[in-house]
Ligand binder design. Sequence first.
Ligand code: OFO
Length: 172
Amino acid sequence: MLSDKLSAALNKQIQVEAESSQVYLAMASWAEVQGLEGVASFMYEQSDEERQHMLKLVKFVNERGGHAIVSTLKSPKAEFGTFRDMFQELYNHEIMVSKSINELVHITLEEKDYATHNFLQWYVAEQIEEEAVARTILDKINLIGNDKGGLYLFDRDIQQLTVESAASNNPQ
Ligand code: OFO
């Protein structure tokens, strides 16, 4: 059975994951309108993944005797400046989410809830991977600079990354 404190913190995380899905959906739409097909499909995929993260939490909270709450979400912005700015935002967003997961893990230790602690390890690992992917993408963007041909290749490469992650990613 979840404690009230942990239940509230998990519900807050449900909101964070749902808002992440919204932010990446807004990024996907912006990229699509800019003609960056590869970047758009990468972002659509990220958005879907965040929804899966949210659902996994909903099911866990309910299974453990809590009540997962579906809350109002902040509306994400519609414009992202340059695609470099957008990926910088994605990276910053993931760092914020990692902090939020760490805070949750901290509460599980305070509450001595080792089942939830164990459940959250999947999210800890996922955040390490997502931060690493975002950093790799930013490094590539810095290499390209303002080169149009480089941007074309980047857009094609990132599409490949989406296909690979869809093949290897199997959220339960
Ligand atoms: Fe939910 O995985 Fe990152 O944010």
